[in-house]
Design a binder for this molecule. Structure first.
Ligand code: NAP
Length: 332
């Protein structure tokens, strides 16, 4: 009997075919109110799940007694209760590395767009309002040779640090639970406490996972410690920031601007005050959203799922394996 798989995000046809050759697949193009009941029913009898951006709670997963692996098409796994999955013996696999450079590009795009007011001024041109040479009212601020403060210096943080230091001659300071000596050697990154980072960085950039520890880490007190020149960048998860405090800091001039790819609520509600602020560049969570990288992520997630269901070690597992893998080593 073929194992049953639920794909809850649309997969490229060639990758879906790799699954349908091996498994009985129920495919969902996202989960919404119209298909939620059918999705829950399919999950209840599944051996494997693959997809992204759907919160998986115990109410959904408790009935799924045969579930062996969830393969998320993302590096972040804050939509899962990892301890619950581990207790249940369910593997959680994810897609680190393949999206690192693309997401770092997005973060850097936000840094440049916010500092140089790219979106605001491009809209001015499109609206036909460019009628004479641009003067100080429309000048931006420099990025090169400024100080970048990275909160988190993992895979994506280090890729941003490389762009900043080697490409733009920026000084890099960072806050992390552990020192990252290779980034210190390669990019001159200096590890500091948060207070020093807030006080010294021209750009404060969050590249952390969302966890119980990091939720609302950037609060009103944090914004109060930043400088009026600070540009705040968030390319990781919206809930790491107290969004009301961010809005207040932007409105009051406590900080200069913000470049945001992620928000407390997504899609960002159309009435969000953030959309009224000219010093905000808001993107629709596009960190990894290029054709090449989204394909690579889906491919890695499919590899992870096939490996897990074959009793092999997926390339990237979040939770400690609760059972031995039949064959150790690389995925075929
Ligand atoms: P990673 O390699 O695991 O890096 C995470 C970094 O955060 C590490 O340096 C880690 O350092 C640090 N960290 C974790 N908890 C911390 C805490 N409580 N205090 C201080 N530092 C802490 O992950 P990554 O691949 O760079 O991805 C980071 C996050 O970016 C993902 O989790 C995801 O949510 C987000 N992301 C967003 C997009 C997007 O579309 N916008 C795309 C990709 C990823 P230590 O553990 O050593 O302290």
């Amino acid at each position: 009997m073929k194992k049953r798989v639920v794909a809850y995000k649309k997969l490229p046809p060639a990758l879906l075919a790799r699954l349908t050759e091996r498994f009985e697949v129920s495919a969902f193009d996202g989960v919404n109110d119209a298909n939620r009941a059918a999705f829950a029913e399919a999950v209840a009898s599944a051996h494997g799940l693959i997809g992204a951006s759907v919160r998986m709670d115990a109410a959904l997963l408790d009935p799924a007694r045969e579930l062996e692996i969830i393969s998320t098409i993302s590096v972040g796994y804050d939509t899962f209760d990892v301890d619950y999955l581990t207790r249940r013996g369910i593997l959680l696999a994810h897609t680190p590395d393949v999206l690192t450079e693309t997401t770092a590009d997005t973060v850097f795009a936000l840094i440049l767009a916010t500092a140089r007011r790219v979106v605001e001024l491009a809209e001015l041109v499109k609206a036909g309002h460019w009628q004479r040479s641009i003067g100080p009212a429309h000048f931006g601020v420099d990025v090169h040779h400024k100080t970048l403060g990275l909160i988190g210096l993992g895979r994506i943080g280090q890729a941003v640090a490389r762009r900043a230091n080697l490409g733009f001659g920026m000084n890099v300071v960072y806050y992390s639970r552990h020192a990252v000596p290779e980034a210190e050697a390669a990019y001159g990154a200096r590890r500091v406490e948060l207070d020093e980072l807030y006080a010294s960085a021209d750009f404060v950039c969050v590249v952390l996972p969302l966890t119980a520890e990091t939720e609302q880490l950037i609060d009103a007190d944090a914004f109060a410690r930043m400088r009026p020149e600070t540009i705040f960048i968030n390319g990781s998860r919206g809930r790491i920031v107290d969004e009301a405090a961010l809005i207040q800091a932007l409105k009051s001039g406590a900080i200069h601007g913000a470049g945001l790819d992620v928000f407390e609520r997504e899609p960002l509600p159309a009435d969000s005050p953030l959309l009224q602020l000219p010093n905000v560049v808001a993107l629709p969570h596009i960190g990894s959203a290029t054709h090449e990288t989204r394909f690579a992520m889906a491919e890695m997630a499919v590899d992870n799922l096939i490996a897990g269901l074959n009793g092999q070690r997926p390339r990237a597992v979040v939770n400690p394996p609760s059972r031995p893998f039949a064959i150790e080593g690389e995925v075929r």
